[in-house]
Design a protein around this ligand. Structure first.
Ligand SMILES: Nc1nc2c(ncn2[C@@H]2O[C@H](COP(=O)(O)OP(=O)(O)OP(=O)(O)O)[C@@H](O)[C@H]2O)c(=O)[nH]1
Ligand SMILES: [Zn+2]
Length: 292
């Protein structure tokens, strides 16, 4: 029997959404050991002011967060991933793409949020993001300090997971969307060009009956060892029309003759930088698999 106190909110009858979880929360449901994460739908029996989880409903999606060593589930039933970036401190395009690849693997839509639009370096950041907007990822530009209205239409009807490197302004954004949430924001350290960690929990905030936003801790790294070569290739959405058309069925899309992806890169049908990232990630995945 698992008792959750103060960790379940947003009730519809006996069904709850797990709103706060520090990673995966172990629980026992009818003798079975399970783990619930933020966004999970559970059926809860009230027991005083606490709740006893009686069932965990099947998940429509499960997003993982990984470092170099292990994958950890961060949120369930997310329908949209929103990656927050800003011109300052600098952000990693590779990290942004890794997050999006994970979302693609789970069939989740991705959205780019370019925050701190008031900064003079913003056009350069927008230019870098062209790698992703050109292949169709939507982008919302805003300044969380002054106005988050441009983001609202994109959140409609979705459970959105906000993800981003430290210092991009995620907490500021959450504060502006949910004035009662009282998330601590920190001045990022300009000298180190990186943010300090102020967010420790993954937390679901309800926007309205059909929309919610999940805030997650600032990212430093995002490994993808849960995706094999095939999943990786499909994660690059613009590769999909060319997959299965290489001369060799087990083509690694490196230097093989008749590789349709290399041809597409040479012809400007796909961005060579994206193919290069695929090759790097596939090799990393391969090496990790060999170590097991
Ligand atoms: N100029 C400008 N600064 C902003 C904007 N939004 C946030 N900031 C600043 O960026 C810094 C970092 O913001 P936070 O909201 O703490 O960043 P975070 O991404 O939540 O960082 P972690 O909590 O470390 O994950 C703070 O000094 C904010 O005031 C913006 O729209 N424009
Ligand atoms: Zn190939």
């Amino acid at each position: 029997m698992t008792v959750l106190t103060g960790q379940v909110v947003a009730a519809f009858s006996r069904r709850f959404i797990v709103a706060t979880a520090d990673g995966e929360l172990p629980c026992q449901v009818k003798g079975r050991h399970l783990r619930v994460v933020c966004g999970d739908q559970v059926e809860v029996r009230r027991d005083g002011d606490a709740g006893v989880i009686e069932a965990v409903l099947p998940r429509a999606s499960l997003l993982y967060r990984s470092d170099a060593f292990k994958s950890k589930a961060i949120a369930a039933n997310v329908t949209q991933l929103a990656v927050v970036v800003a011109a300052r401190p600098s952000f990693s395009m590779e990290l942004v793409q890794r997050c999006i690849l994970t979302a693609e693997d789970q069939g989740i839509a991705s959205l780019l949020i370019l925050n701190k639009a008031d900064l003079p370096e913003t056009p350069a950041a927008l230019e870098r993001l062209g790698l992703l907007t050109r292949i169709g990822y939507p982008l919302v530009m805003l300044s969380a300090l002054t106005d988050v209205a441009p983001l609202r239409p994109a959140l409609h009807g979705h459970t959105t997971l906000l993800i981003g490197q430290s210092g991009m302004g995620k907490s500021t954004l959450i504060n502006a969307l949910f004035p009662d949430a009282s998330v601590v924001t920190a001045e990022y350290s300009v000298a180190l060009d990186s943010g300090r960690h102020t967010t420790t929990h993954t937390r679901l905030h309800r926007l309205d009956a059909d929309a919610a936003v999940i805030d997650s801790p600032g990212l430093q790294e995002f490994a993808l060892q849960h995706m094999d070569a095939n999943a990786l290739a499909h994660g690059f959405v613009e590769f999909r029309p060319f997959l299965g058309q290489c001369r060799f069925r087990d083509c690694k899309h490196e230097t093989e003759p008749g590789c349709r992806l290399q041809e597409a890169a040479a012809a400007g049908e796909i961005d060579p930088a994206r193919l290069k990232l695929f090759q790097t990630l596939r090799r990393l995945q391969q090496n990790a698999a060999q170590r097991l």
